[in-house]
Design a protein around this ligand. Structure first.
Ligand SMILES: CC(C)(COP(=O)(O)OP(=O)(O)OC[C@H]1O[C@@H](n2cnc3c(N)ncnc32)[C@H](O)[C@@H]1OP(=O)(O)O)[C@@H](O)C(=O)NCCC(=O)NCCS
Length: 150
């Protein structure tokens, strides 16, 4: 018998930080620390969402909304859940939420060497609007991507 996955998006709490940090460590060469994630959980100016599949944390998204702009600060999906549309789902829900908060635009930075992420954002109709030289700790450049929310 086929069983259906239960997919849920909700706020990260401190008890989730261990699992989030594990995904972060597996995803980035210069990962954010447990302390950074705990600070974000307790920061009312940042949204920290997790995507759960059958109660397991499959990925997370961190963003801010400042006036009319949604800014994505971090997103990662656990390797075993990649390429199944879950990053797109998180970003789509974030964009819908931004609209409810009267935002009109969404911006983010992505490492110019991160082709998977660039493909993801392009699949969501983001376009490149600029470049930040030596944006990352290892001096890699960032592309600045943007799209209107409507
Ligand atoms: C980038 C990342 C978040 C994508 O997550 P994901 O859940 O696998 O992405 P999705 O399944 O939602 O993919 C949506 C689209 O992105 C593109 N995409 C995603 N992964 C890709 C890959 N490895 N190669 C090429 N295109 C890819 C595809 O266009 C895909 O659409 P399609 O499946 O209809 O062709 C994930 O690979 C990840 O966590 N990477 C490490 C952390 C990271 O780089 N975060 C981004 C920081 S800016």
């Amino acid at each position: 018998m086929e069983t259906k996955n239960i997919i849920k998006i909700c706020e990260v709490s401190e008890k989730d930080v261990h699992d989030v940090t594990k995904i972060e460590n597996d995803s980035f060469a210069y990962p954010w620390s447990v302390e950074i994630f705990c600070d974000i959980v307790n920061d009312n100016n940042q949204y920290f969402w997790k995507l759960e599949i059958n109660s397991e944390i499959a990925g997370y998204l961190i963003f801010q909304i400042q006036r009319v702009e949604v800014h994505v600060a971090n997103i990662a999906i656990s390797s075993k859940f990649r390429k199944q549309g879950f990053a797109r789902l998180l970003l789509t829900e974030c964009m819908k939420y931004g609209l409810t908060q009267h935002a009109v635009i969404i911006n983010l930075e992505v490492n110019e060497n991160n082709s998977a992420a660039i493909f993801l954002y392009k699949s969501l109709n983001f376009r490149i609007i600029g470049k930040s030289e030596k944006y990352y700790e290892n001096n890699d450049n960032a592309l600045i991507l943007s799209r209107n929310l409507k």
